[in-house]
Write a protein that binds this ligand. Structure first.
Ligand SMILES: [Zn+2]
Length: 457
């Protein structure tokens, strides 16, 4: 595919377009990495040819540093193991990691994600201060390390500096182990401002009130108003039952209901882990136009619970997927878990479908693209003129795709086997993965090992 770099074009025998699968699609992009032509029924005209092409997936929720502890909290302790004991281990890593280590861990994460088909990440970033809780000389020191890792690997990034002011509902003071997260609205806006020169086709900034536990409602509203128009706002909203109970005790309202009532929630917003919601809250999120940020792998790992997907789809709700704690780094795993969790609960099959789209694989991929793109605040998520040239070439020679028709491809990708079927990955018009390998993956893995060795001492 060497010539694709200079030719800025690709000919797909089959490509997934916004209206569905199309044949003989010629894709062309400009030097900045945006699509300038997407034409079905076209001729190859000398462009390199691929068999199966789908848009690259958006990963709408990530805490990059947690890649370093994925799989390390799987031994039972003395007390009842829960989200809150996992959080203690996470605080241990968060308390130690240096800017250099964060950059090394984020680069490894982005290589993993790119190789499995994510071409955009929304980073929910709360490691603002140094390990002693002091501000770095540069307000965006840590955030810039994640941005640097994204640039080095070719990952598209939305950086969401987190507003984190309190240790619990009712304005509780931060705990000792939360001192690195300490921020107010002014700090968050300073980070957004400091990163402004990096904004490009590949990079955008938004902001994220951590949760109703860690940010007060007036702060959340202040941040939403002060953030430049159109930029995304993400929040952890209703992940754990204990959080719902604490919110009810403090405010007499459940978290989603409270947020919808008191904050200007609209299409800029992404409600991450809207796990515990009533029928009214499901309807309220759908009507607001906000995206539900679902992270089924992490939510299963942490024992959070199951989001009511079918009623949310029926209400016209928008959703996307994220790898969150990075116990998985593949969109296949998130989408498979999303559907399987629903099947196990309902004791029936084929849940994630629409009124007109009955193909589960196509429905899941397209919905996660649309919701993810909205949550990212970037022009991604579709093979369409003006969007980023972010796409995956699947491995047409793999036995899992043998003899497949277009309508079967995403079902096979999501529900059959465990091999990685992503062969080549184009992000912003640049081939970053070819034949399953990222160009920098060996050097990045060495730096990751060095960082992990220090972190685990
Ligand atoms: Zn999270």
């Amino acid at each position: 595919m060497g010539e694709a770099v200079s030719a800025h074009s690709l000919f797909a025998r089959h490509a997934l377009l916004p209206d569905g699968w199309a044949e003989r699609v010629r894709l062309t992009w400009d030097a900045d990495g945006s699509l300038t032509e997407v034409r079905a029924g076209a001729a190859a005209d000398g462009a390199p040819t691929a068999q199966w092409v789908v848009p690259g997936m958006v990963n709408l929720h990530s805490h990059a540093f947690q890649r370093a502890m994925a799989g390390l909290a799987e031994t039972a302790g003395d007390s009842e193991d829960s989200f809150w004991t996992w959080r203690e281990l996470m605080y241990g890593f968060a308390g130690r990691i240096t800017p250099e280590q964060l950059e090394a861990v984020a680069a490894q994460l982005f290589v993993d994600c790119l190789r499995h088909g994510y071409t955009s990440v929304c980073e929910f970033h709360y490691l603002h201060r140094d390990p002693d809780g002091r501000q770095y000389a540069a307000p965006a020191e840590m955030a810039a390390r994640v941005a640097s890792a994204a640039e080095a690997t070719g990952m598209g990034l939305t950086m969401l500096p987190v507003l984190y002011s309190h240790g619990g509902f009712g304005g509780l003071a931060l705990g000792e182990r939360q001192r690195r997260f300490n921020s107010n609205v002014e700090h968050v806006l300073a980070i957004v401002e400091a990163l402004a020169p990096l904004r490009s086709g590949q990079f955008e900034t938004g902001a994220a009130p951590h949760s109703l536990r860690a940010a007060a409602l007036p702060q959340i509203v202040e941040l939403a108003v002060a953030l430049p128009a159109g930029r995304p706002l993400h929040i952890h909203i209703a992940e754990q039952q204990a959080e719902i109970d604490a919110c009810l005790a403090a405010h007499g309202r459940r978290p989603v209901a409270l947020l919808l009532e008191r904050a200007p929630v609209d299409a800029r917003w992404c409600l991450v882990h809207a796990t515990h919601v009533t029928d009214e809250e499901v309807a309220g999120i759908a009507a607001s136009g906000a995206v539900a940020g679902l992270c089924p792998g992490t939510e299963a790992n942490l024992g959070d619970g199951l989001f009511p997907l079918a009623p949310f789809i029926a209400a016209g709700g928008r959703f996307g997927i994220g790898s969150d704690s990075h116990v998985g780094t593949s969109p296949v795993e998130e989408l498979r878990w999303l559907e399987y969790g629903q099947r196990l609960r309902a004791q029936r099959r084929n849940i994630a479908v629409g009124a007109r789209q009955k193909n589960v694989g196509d429905f899941l991929w397209q919905q996660a693209l649309t919701g993810g793109a909205q949550a990212s605040g970037r022009p991604v998520g579709a093979l369409a003129v003006g969007r980023r040239a972010d796409l995956l070439v699947l491995d047409a020679d793999h036995p899992d795709l043998s003899g497949a028709r277009a309508s079967e491809i995403l079902g096979l990708l999501i529900f059959a086997g465990n091999d990685n079927l992503v062969r080549d990955v184009l992000v912003g018009g640049r081939w970053v993965v070819r034949a399953g390998r990222h160009a920098e993956q060996d050097a990045i893995a060495r730096r990751y090992l060095a960082a992990l060795t220090q972190l685990r001492e």
